[in-house]
Design a protein around this ligand. Sequence first.
Ligand SMILES: C[S@@+](CC[C@H](N)C(=O)[O-])C[C@H]1O[C@@H](n2cnc3c(N)ncnc32)[C@H](O)[C@@H]1O
Length: 206
Amino acid sequence: MPELKNCRFELLNKNRIELRQDRNEISAACDYLSSKPYDLLIEIGCLHGGSAIVLSGLLKTGSTIVLVDPINRGSAAAKSLKWSCDWLRGQGFKVFLVIGLSFDPKIRRKVHTLAENFQSGLLHIDGDHATWSVLLDYYAFVDCIGPEGAVIFHDVVTNPRVKIAWDQLCQEGHSNRVFYNGRNSTWASGIGVLEPLLFVGASPNG
Ligand SMILES: C[S@@+](CC[C@H](N)C(=O)[O-])C[C@H]1O[C@@H](n2cnc3c(N)ncnc32)[C@H](O)[C@@H]1O
């Protein structure tokens, strides 16, 4: 695994927020993605905001961050998520928290309104891990990330339901990479990065 860079781990060490990811996996994915500055992050399943903070290291200053989660407003997780959103705003990001399930049509419309006209967005899919949810999240939001964007999937190795969705998408011919830290690590689950081939603006005759 490459050394940890392009990641904002220093905040996690203060125990203000938590991260439900293997640090080596997410670092390796970030290193892989770091050659391009991204202008948008959509995260499906943000929980405490830990992965959003880490992934914000890949964004241009002033980028938009859209976080989607049905989080219970009075919960401890909501408190740490608020801390994470405030921290991200303090860094100059435009942060929008959309409370609800990604497959609710109202929530989808909200995300689409917030995430219009971006060139190089990141979509992190880490919500409901059922095969159909992963595929729905992908197809619902992939057109928001623009022609230079990338999609990050959590659990593509160890969760068989996510793996089915991941394998299906890889068969569509998109460029793809998996970062997996092995069975002995507590949070290791395999992070898949897909750079979709989107035919933006092409006429039916090419
Ligand atoms: C594994 S946790 C996310 C961890 C977080 N991304 C991190 O790395 O720190 C999964 C989250 O997805 C949320 N969730 C489940 N189904 C969802 C859906 N359909 N849309 C949005 N969020 C969802 C749950 O409420 C939970 O907070």
